[in-house]
Design a protein around this ligand. Structure first.
Ligand SMILES: Nc1ncnc2c1ncn2[C@@H]1O[C@H](COP(=O)(O)OP(=O)(O)O)[C@@H](O)[C@H]1O
Ligand SMILES: [Mg+2]
Length: 257
C-alpha cells in the first residue's frame, strides 16, 4: 500500500441536469504530495473536491482513498451506510472559502466537535488534540473566543485545525484564501505550507499561482470538466504545453501582478 498512490480517481463523471461538469477525470495523488488544482471558474474544480469528499455523489467512475474504494454507477450506486460513510468522509479534511465554523461554539469546541461526535473520542483526549492543533495554527491563546471575535484569517486557521482534528489522510482546500482580505492571505498560506513540510497530502484549489509554484509537487489544470494538462509546476506554470493553460495563466497572472 505504501508505494501506491494514496488517492486514485478513475473515469470520474458528474452532471447537473444536462450540464456535464466532470467528464472522465483521472487523478492520482501520492502520499505526501501537494497537488494544486487550477483553472477558470466553472471548470469543475469544486465539484471534483466535493466528489472526493462525497458531499457530491459522482455519476460514474471510481475513487479510492487509502484502502477504501468506491465505484459509482448513477442511480444504482450503493453508498456505504451512515457510519461507514462518515468514516470515508473523515479520511478527507475539507476547508472551504467560507469557513463554516459553528458560530455558537468557542474556537476550542469547534475543533473538538468532530472527534467527539464522529470519532467518539473521550472529551479530555479531544481537548488535548484540539489544543495542540490550535497551537500549531498559532491560535492557542484564542481557544476560548467565539468565531465572530476572530479575523477572517484566524477563522480560516481554526477551520484548518478543525479539519486536521479528524486526522484525515488528505486535506482538500477549496479556494481557502479567496474570501480573505489581502493582508490576511499570508498567514493562512503559511499554515498550509507548514502542513506541506510535515508531509500532509493535499489538494489545493487556488488562484494563488505563485504559491502553487512554490508549494505544489504537481499542478493540474482543468477546463470544462477535463484535465487539460498536469505536471510539475516548472512545466505547467512556467512552460505550459497547451494553449488553454497558457491563456488562463496569462489572464490570471496579468490580473494579480
Ligand atoms: N449543485 C449544483 N447544481 C447545478 N449546477 C452546479 C452545481 N454545482 C456546480 N454546478 C455547476 O457546475 C459547473 C462547475 O462548477 P464548480 O465545480 O463550482 O466549478 P469551479 O469550482 O471550477 O468554479 C458550473 O457551471 C456550476 O454552475
Ligand atoms: Mg470552485
Amino acid at each position: 500500500m505504501q508505494d501506491q498512490p494514496l488517492i486514485c480517481i478513475k473515469g470520474l463523471k458528474k452532471s447537473f441536469g444536462k450540464l456535464e461538469v466532470l467528464k472522465d477525470i483521472c487523478l492520482e495523488v501520492n502520499r505526501g504530495q501537494v497537488v494544486a488544482l487550477i483553472g477558470p471558474s466553472g471548470s469543475g474544480k469544486s465539484t471534483l473536491l466535493r466528489c472526493i469528499n462525497l458531499l457530491t455523489v459522482p455519476d460514474g467512475g471510481e475513487i479510492r482513498v487509502d484502502a477504501q474504494s468506491l465505484a459509482f454507477s448513477g442511480s444504482a450506486t450503493q453508498l456505504p451506510k451512515d457510519r461507514m460513510l462518515a468514516g470515508f468522509r473523515a479520511r478527507t479534511g475539507m476547508v472551504f472559502q467560507h469557513f463554516n465554523l459553528f458560530p455558537h461554539m468557542s474556537v476550542l469546541k469547534n475543533v473538538m466537535e468532530g472527534p467527539i461526535t464522529v470519532l467518539r473520542l473521550p472529551k479530555a483526549e479531544a481537548e488535548a488534540r484540539a489544543t495542540a492543533l490550535l497551537q500549531k495554527v498559532g491560535l492557542a491563546e484564542r481557544a476560548h473566543m467565539m468565531p465572530d471575535q476572530l479575523s477572517g484569517g484566524q477563522k480560516q486557521r481554526v477551520a484548518i485545525a478543525r479539519a486536521l482534528a479528524m486526522q484525515p489522510s488528505v486535506m482538500l482546500f477549496d479556494e481557502a484564501t479567496s474570501a480573505l482580505d489581502p493582508e490576511l492571505v499570508g498567514e493562512v498560506l503559511q499554515v498550509i505550507q507548514s502542513l506541506a513540510r510535515d508531509g500532509m497530502t493535499m489538494i489545493l484549489v487556488t488562484h494563488e499561482i505563485a504559491f502553487a509554484r512554490e508549494v505544489a509537487d504537481k499542478v493540474v489544470f482543468m477546463r470544462d470538466g477535463v484535465v487539460v494538462e498536469e505536471g510539475p509546476p516548472a512545466q505547467v506554470i512556467d512552460n505550459p504545453r497547451e494553449e488553454a493553460t497558457r491563456s488562463f495563466l496569462g489572464r490570471i497572472i496579468g490580473h494579480t501582478a
